[in-house]
Design a protein around this ligand. Structure first.
Ligand code: SAM
Length: 225
């Protein structure tokens, strides 16, 4: 029976690849990747030589049918993204849904993703949480922020470094200056950093120290103290 396996890859530290991920990549008949160059670099590092084909956000809809056909004509197909778990703010969901509809066996290995370590180390409750990924840039952003300001669970957002202070300013505006946040930067990399405190203070810190790298914002839930 053909099988599709989603394989999480490191978000910074190559040592975070799991033994099982290496085994699955070694035995795959075919690998689909968000950026074939990024994945080939990882495979070279692991000493694995495999055919890697593109499956990225720009061609996801268009190639869905032919990718499903390829999965059906192989035993084991792997989907990876550039970093972390495929389908988490990355391409993958459409393929998983289409594969399930075609009766293909689908599974995802446990492994690296940015949201879980950021949430767990934030110090905010993580028994329940709300992951929003990247907020919309323009249309719908304000509505979403107003809605999230009422959220009682811890909120997890992805954000780019050049939008961070603007985003923290909007959290200050819609959630209140006292709402506590934890900005997690460069997880698993040399300059890994956590800034925790009321949003006004954290925003000020990043205005004085413009950030680089990759960022997760954790916001405490409403009335959580
Ligand atoms: N699929 C990935 C995952 O499982 O987390 C997410 C991919 S999304 C395109 C990339 C975003 O994830 C970044 O902009 C950042 O918000 C977050 N991210 C990825 N790696 C990170 C890291 N090492 N430290 C902090 N955030 C990271």
């Amino acid at each position: 029976m053909p099988e599709l396996i989603l394989v999480p890859t490191p978000i910074g530290n190559l040592d975070d690849i799991t033994l099982r991920a290496i085994k699955v990549l070694q035995s795959a008949d075919l690998i689909f990747a968000e950026d074939t160059r990024v994945t080939k670099k990882l495979l070279n590092h692991l000493g694995i030589q495999k055919m890697v084909m593109p499956f990225h956000a720009h061609n996801e809809h268009k190639v869905l049918g032919s990718v499903v056909d390829k999965i059906k004509s192989n035993e084991t197909t792997v989907l990876v993204s550039d970093a972390g778990t495929p389908a988490i703010s990355d391409p993958g969901f459409l393929l998983v849904r289409a594969a399930i509809e075609e009766g293909i066996k689908v599974s995802c290995l446990p492994g690296p993703t940015a949201l879980i370590p950021a949430l767990v180390a934030s110090g905010f409750p993580c028994d329940r949480f709300c992951f929003e990924g990247f907020l919309p840039h323009k249309k719908g952003r304000q509505t979403k922020l107003i809605q999230l300001a009422q959220e009682e669970r811890t909120v997890v957002l992805y954000e780019s470094p050049h939008r961070l202070t603007k985003c923290l300013g909007q959290i200050e505006e819609f959630f209140g200056a006292e709402r506590r946040v934890c900005v997690v930067r460069e997880l698993s990399k040399i300059y890994e950093e956590y800034k925790r405190g009321p949003v006004t203070e954290v925003k000020k810190w990043y205005e004085d120290h413009p950030p680089k790298g990759e960022i997760v914002i954790i916001i405490e839930g409403k009335d959580e103290k």
